[in-house]
Design a binder for this molecule. Structure first.
Ligand SMILES: [Zn+2]
Length: 608
């Protein structure tokens, strides 16, 4: 058997005549835009079973059976998923292109099945269990009706071990449950349900199969949101909440709205805004940005206006720019999120906010301006440092050019210099040697004969600063690209800290780290005891400069090796000299005091 392309699966789902197909088994009558009939799943006699052509879905208001054309065929006729797709395609007259692929059934099939069975059970708990009175009240408080919750497959994971018993009774294998991330094994070997006392949002892959859950805790405790762990079918950095439903609308609108939370997505969808998705509890990743680029050319970021929201906005925005997506930022009124806003005023309340959205770089400039960052040379330099990452990120040449123009006009720095800076990954433009700069007089890592391991120490030092004082994390996020970390385990730590700055060192944070990274974290944490307590500000700057200079120094070493090996010829002499000069200029920009010293040695400047 071959793989069926995802686009074909979508096409089949959208072309399926669900009313006709279900009508063969159920006597359906039109009610408004839907069709109603007695439910074949619980054997009802009243018209509680709805087929909703607009959504290509069916739903029973009594037993809460729900699904699409494929799940109908699977549940009614016992077909497996690929067979159901083929059958639905045959009925819709769609030819499935046979692409060569893995032969035999998908080995992940049992995991999909386990998550589907679990989701069904969780939904039933939410809607029916006496234990679920609180979550039902909670939803009511957020103005979400039970029918709506059921229709969208929301669920409730009760506290205790009821889930384990139920899954056993349904014949699910312990190993499969563990691999699907539905259970967790504690250190003492005891297996427990992963989700307890949580309201669950099902997360689907692009084909609409449930692959995991996002769970909101409904009792006091931490963490407030818990996702399924990585599994062969769930990848939180590569999937997006609601993309399976939203993708058609996104294609149609040629645009996507990104929000932070599951409730935000849910609320917008209920209000009829369908082209909306959310990352899965982390900052938007490159993979997610790439995925969105397949469906949309532009994105609107609709995050909270608090510090965390802004951080997420700019990180996510830069990722999207890197993938050639144009980014607008819509600003929520203070203290509101999309959920609360739309709950009060409907989609109409959202419209003006979306319309007032401005370009990502403009938004950055606006914020810097408000803080007075364009006044005075020193400040302006820092403002530039904050804008450069966004210019760098812009993969689309036109966007990039416009950005260079805008920043040049705003700061008075020429476009050529900006372009060079953006290309060089240099964080600081060269300062005139006679201007007092904040970095003057600081100890400098030597350019030559550096100690091996010095930059690894810089990686650790940077992490230590971020650990010591969390407020450095957002600064690092805008200024220190992940690639500067060359030690894999330290890079893992860095990425983890950027992902969940508020959880750093909590149990859940540690749980997501590899054992090696956990050890590294302990070492970084013990830095102070070993080396004393350096000034944070200085440590941060020194570590950054050291890391930024590393690739340049490597390049210089290579050139030096060429020279020593007498591989320099008349042909390549000019190029190499030119290259060396450029690298030295860039290093001087990073270490202006080095330049000053060299000039002093040569007598270029007055030594007074
Ligand atoms: Zn039913």
């Amino acid at each position: 058997m071959s793989m069926i392309p995802e686009e074909t699966v979508d096409q089949v789902r959208e072309s399926a005549d669900l009313v006709g197909l279900i009508g063969e088994a159920v006597e359906l009558k039109r009610t408004g835009s839907d069709y109603r009939g007695p439910c074949p799943f619980h054997g009802g006699t009243h018209r509680n079973f709805a087929v909703i052509p607009k959504k290509n879905r069916y739903y029973c208001f009594v037993c809460h059976a729900s699904g699409d054309v494929f799940s109908w065929l699977m549940k009614r006729f016992g077909m497996d998923y690929p067979t159901a797709v083929r059958e639905a395609a045959r009925r819709a007259g769609i030819v499935i292109p046979e692409t060569p692929g893995r032969s035999g059934p998908d080995p992940r099939e049992p995991l999909f099945e386990a998550v589907a069975v679990a989701q069904d059970w969780f939904t039933r708990q939410l809607l029916e269990s006496p234990e679920a009175a609180d979550p039902r009240a909670y939803l009511e408080g957020r103005e979400i009706t039970l029918d709506t919750a059921g229709e969208h497959g929301l669920g409730y994971a009760p506290p205790g071990r009821g889930f384990l018993t139920a899954m056993k009774e349904l014949g699910l294998d312990d190993k499969v449950l563990l691999e699907a991330g539905l259970t967790a094994q504690r250190e003492d070997g005891k297996v427990v349900p992963r989700f307890r006392a949580r309201l669950l949002f099902p997360i689907h892959d692009l084909r609409g199969r449930a692959v995991g859950f996002g769970g909101r805790l409904l009792v006091p405790g931490e963490p407030k949101y818990l996702n399924s762990p990585e599994s062969p079918i769930f990848h939180k950095g590569k999937q997006l909440y609601n993309l399976h439903q939203a993708k058609t609308a996104i294609r149609k609108e040629e645009s996507v709205i990104l929000v932070e939370g599951y409730f935000d997505v849910f609320r917008l969808v209920l209000a009829g805004v369908e082209h909306v998705v959310a990352p899965l509890g982390t900052a938007l990743t490159g993979d997610q940005a790439g995925l969105l680029r397949r469906f949309a050319r532009t994105a609107t970021l609709l995050y909270d206006s608090d510090q965390a929201g802004l951080r997420a906005t700019f990180r996510g925005g830069d990722e999207l720019l890197r993938h050639g997506v144009r980014v607008r930022v819509a600003t929520m009124p203070e203290g509101e999120d999309p959920d609360t806003l739309v709950r009060k005023g409907g989609a109409a309340a959202l419209q003006p906010i979306l319309e007032d959205g401005i370009d990502l770089l403009e938004r950055k400039i606006q914020l810097l301006e408000r803080k007075g960052w364009f006044e005075g040379v020193e400040h302006q330099r820092e403002a530039l440092d904050r804008l450069l990452p966004t210019i760098r990120a812009a993969a689309d040449p036109i966007t990039r050019d416009l950005y260079l123009k805008t920043v040049s006009e705003r700061t008075g720095v020429s476009r050529e210099v900006l372009r060079e800076q953006a290309a060089a990954r240099a964080a600081a433009p060269p300062a005139p040697p006679d201007a007092p700069t904040p970095s003057r007089g600081r100890p400098v890592a030597p350019v030559r004969r550096r100690r091996p391991g010095l930059e690894v120490a810089a990686e650790r030092l940077l992490l230590w600063v971020m650990l010591r004082d969390r407020s450095w994390i957002p600064k690092a996020a805008t200024e220190v690209p992940v690639e500067w970390f060359e030690t894999p385990v330290l890079r893992e730590l860095y990425e983890a800290m950027l992902r969940s700055p508020e959880n750093v060192q909590s149990a859940i944070f540690l749980e997501h780290l590899s054992p090696l990274a956990q050890k590294a974290l302990a070492r970084v944490d013990g830095y102070e005891a070993k080396y004393g307590s350096p000034d944070l500000d200085r440590a941060f700057v020194d570590a950054c400069r050291s890391l930024e200079a590393r690739p340049l120094r490597k390049k210089l070493d290579e050139i030096k090796a060429l020279r020593d090996g007498r591989s320099i010829t008349a042909e390549n002499f000019d190029t190499i000299v030119q290259e060396e000069r450029e690298i030295r200029n860039k290093l001087s920009a990073i270490f202006p005091e080095e330049l000053l010293k060299r000039k002093l040695r040569r007598g270029d400047v007055d030594a007074r």
